[in-house]
Design a protein around this ligand. Structure first.
Ligand code: BGC
Length: 328
């Protein structure tokens, strides 16, 4: 054989050797890595799922934070899943998937309708406890509810308007979603509270799709149809902020009494600036933490007392100033 052909064979042989050597190291590492992960998963005490209304909503991220804190303290594996944009159909599919994945427990926003009730029964059947958080479905087989008493929160919103306004009030309501049970309950509570007076009238309701831009558009529609509106209430976390944005664009000088929901930093900022008059505080981190605690108890036994209301209260400018984050 010629010298050049020998050299060629040696080079090819050498290259093949180098490739298989690195291939072996790479696949060996991958196998080892997966094994390590599997072992780590086994070390968790439980695997729970948290299903929220919308993945990157600030309010739901706070619920997740509270739940993750508990998970880290108790060596629990917590999986956070949600539709990208609020969508009941997608949420229900995720719930079904988590039941099929046989997690140890599911904490989820409650959703209106038969499908949720059926899925809660499916969970029960497979011995997977389901807890509703933020929004309850009392008629379902869920094992517990953790969150705001939404009817009472709506009543608080009514009380602020009764106490802080004088004369006839024409109210426009911006709600998160027409089909969300917690939003319906808040409005029912609000209407029950204002029944005690005949100077406060609800003249229109629009939905924001739980987005700030949606709330600004809803405000525009309300004012276009009912120019007499002199008070607005936003019943989900970004509605108050969107209402302010909408008003600034359409009627910047109109004097409107604004009540919001939740204590996101921007809402508190707007209260400090006098652009929002009051907000109904909810405590999402507490909800997340408490729901995990209840879920762990449910791994042992059913609970007699299965409604855990977290705090709600009215926050106005005077309170924002004394809150630790008030001057941020
Ligand atoms: C409600 C949640 C909703 C969120 C939207 C909160 O006030 O409790 O149900 O997803 O607002 O931003």
């Amino acid at each position: 054989m010629k010298y050049s052909s020998k050299l060629f064979i040696y080079i090819i042989g050498g290259l093949l050797f180098i490739c298989s050597f690195f291939g072996m190291i790479y696949y060996g590492y991958k196998t080892f890595y997966i094994e390590e992960e599997a072992i780590a998963t086994k070390e968790y005490t439980y695997h729970f799922a948290l299903i929220s209304e919308e993945a990157d909503n600030e309010y739901w991220r706070m619920i997740e934070q509270g739940a993750s804190k508990y998970a880290a303290e108790h060596n629990i594996y917590l999986e956070y899943v949600a539709p990208q944009k609020a969508d009941n159909d997608q949420l229900l599919k995720l719930l079904d998937r988590m039941i099929s994945a046989r997690v140890d427990g599911i904490i989820t926003q409650g959703v209106e309708g038969r499908r949720f009730v059926d899925l809660a029964l499916k969970g029960l059947d497979r011995r997977i406890p389901i807890i509703t958080i933020d929004t309850d479905v009392k008629s379902s087989a869920r094992k517990a509810y953790v969150g705001t008493d939404n009817f009472q929160a709506g009543q608080l919103a009514g009380e602020t308007i009764i106490e802080n306004t004088r004369g006839e009030q024409y109210i426009g309501i911006v709600m998160g979603r027409f089909e969300a049970i917690n939003q319906q309950e808040r409005i029912a509570g609000f209407e029950a509270a204002i029944e005690s007076t005949d100077r406060i009238h609800v003249v229109g309701v629009q939905e924001s799709n739980i987005t700030q831009i949606g709330a600004a558009q809803a405000t525009y529609l309300l004012l276009k149809e009912h120019p007499e509106i002199n008070a607005l209430i936003g019943t989900s976390a970004l509605d108050g902020i969107g209402i302010v944005e909408g008003l600034q664009e359409i009627v910047p000088n109109k004097n409107v009494y604004i009540t919001a929901f939740d204590i996101l930093p921007e809402t508190l900022q707007l209260i400090e600036e006098g652009k929002i008059d009051a907000t109904i505080a909810q405590y999402p981190e507490e909800m997340g933490y408490k729901a995990m605690e209840v879920m762990v108890e449910l791994q042992q036994r059913d609970l007699l007392d299965n409604q855990f209301f977290t705090e709600t209260k009215i926050i106005e400018k005077s309170e924002v100033e004394i809150l630790p984050w008030g001057d941020q």
